[in-house]
Design a protein around this ligand. Sequence first.
Ligand code: 6PG
Length: 245
Amino acid sequence: MKPEIRVFQNREKLAIAVAKDWKEGAQQATRSGNKFSVALCGGSTPTVVYRCLAGEEFRQSIPWSSVHLFWGDERCVPPEDMESNFRMAQELLIDHVSIPEKNINRIKGEADPITEAVQYGEKMRGHFGSGEKGIPSFDWVILGLGLDGHTASIFPHANSSYRDLGLCAVTAHPESGQKRITMTPKIFNQALRVTFLVTGKEKASIVKDIIGEDVCAENYPAKQVSPVGGILQWWVDEEAYSALR
Ligand code: 6PG
């Protein structure tokens, strides 16, 4: 699948574009009586998007009662831990908007990882119903990209087993050994829309490898993301795109 690549002058302009589409998607869902289900990524990149969504222009105009939040991955830490992807979203977004508590589906990083991986999969099935082929189909999956080509918490080399895994898996960060719970490509590839958000000069080389070269998905897990019936987007800022100029 040929991804749609969009280069933004800076991360702020990228965040505004995400917020505008988020608003449009939530309003459309509200009009048709549907849910707008989004899987958020972790890491630091989405913080600029959270701040934009919580800002004056969008906080009031997005129908938050239609928005349902999930996480593509979570560190196996308590929700108040500085490492928690949920905590970051709570601090910068959730605490500032009127999203109902029941619409927030965090991965319980404090729970037993294997048990939570299974339970989170069941939670998604409950939210989406059986779905096509029994796999949840998100309206929007937002992903980040690690310097080694990982996405969510799917790290290089260890990912071959994901093909036949369930909806979620337990992994470990290759350097820190930190346990993670992650959605698998099975879910990402069933989404209606998947957008990689990548900013900053330090990502220029990996962005070139991933979207500029024909690299092997085994070594670059982000290459495993190819929505079968959905849109694949790479939204990057000029700095992250600079090696392809
Ligand atoms: C995580 C993420 C991970 C992240 C990338 C990019 O839990 O860390 O899901 O995949 O998106 O590592 O992280 P930065 O945005 O901090 O560069």
